[in-house]
Design a protein around this ligand. Structure first.
Ligand SMILES: [Mg+2]
Length: 235
């Protein structure tokens, strides 16, 4: 079968949007609810871990029993989806992200969706809060529910998008745009080329050394992003 489509996967946090303050607020609320702690220790952010792994670390750092993970994930999900106005007020869209996303979504024969460590409902809340949902086929996306790391998330998105659109998405016609080393390493292992944007905690040199097909400083050069996606994904 000849592939006649390409799949463009977008990471969310520190690639399309930044909502660190709101995320932290919800983590503090979650630990306070579960353990009544006065001082909540927060694991470092920005490394592209899935929500499951982040919340496991959060529980461990605050001496909360690992058995409470399902309840903690439920509280995090409720917290992060419960107030989109506050999420928007405490966060922002990354520079150039809206235009770059809109331009790729407008490419012919292209399926555009997310591959994110966020829980599915949280991812939908984030892109909705920042007005980006209209550019994304969210039913085709990959989420924390797909597995513990970005490899599983990207593989999940490829399979889901393939089923939904009746085609096969392989590394020849799939590209992930993301900011973290987890995106670069997990994207490649999950069957995608990776366009890295140095807008997270990893430097451009680190992203390149990890094997990104291209590293850009940010998403502000829309035509460079679109050209790279055209070049890297054969139709
Ligand atoms: Mg990210």
């Amino acid at each position: 079968m000849v592939n006649n489509r390409r799949l463009v996967l977008w990471d969310i946090d520190r690639t399309l949007i930044r909502s660190t303050g709101f995320d932290r607020h919800v983590y503090v609320y979650t630990i306070t609810r579960l353990a009544g702690a006065d001082q909540v220790r927060l694991p470092p952010g920005g490394t592209g871990r899935t929500e499951t792994v982040i919340v496991e670390e959060l529980l461990k750092a605050n001496g909360v029993a690992p058995a409470l993970l399902p309840e903690a994930l439920k509280l995090v999900e409720q917290g992060l989806t419960g107030d989109l106005r506050k999420m928007r007020a405490m966060g922002r869209t990354m520079p150039g992200a809206r235009a770059a996303l809109a331009a790729t979504a407008g490419l012919p024969h292209t399926v555009t969706t997310v591959a994110t460590g966020n829980l599915r409902r949280v991812a939908h809340a984030k892109v909705t809060a920042f007005g980006l949902a209209e550019y994304l086929d969210l039913e085709a996306g990959g989420y924390a529910e797909d597995g513990r790391d970005k490899t599983a998330v990207v593989a999940g998105a490829r399979e889901r998008a393939g089923r939904r659109h009746g085609t096969t998405f392989s590394a020849a016609n799939t590209i992930l745009v993301g900011d973290s080393l987890s995106d670069v390493i997990g994207g490649a292992a999950g069957g995608a080329k990776v366009l890295a944007t140095a807008t997270g905690t990893a430097t451009a040199a680190e992203l390149a050394a990890a094997g990104a097909a291209l590293v850009v400083p940010d998403l502000t050069d829309t035509s460079r992003i679109v050209d790279a996606i055209n070049k890297l994904t054969a139709l």
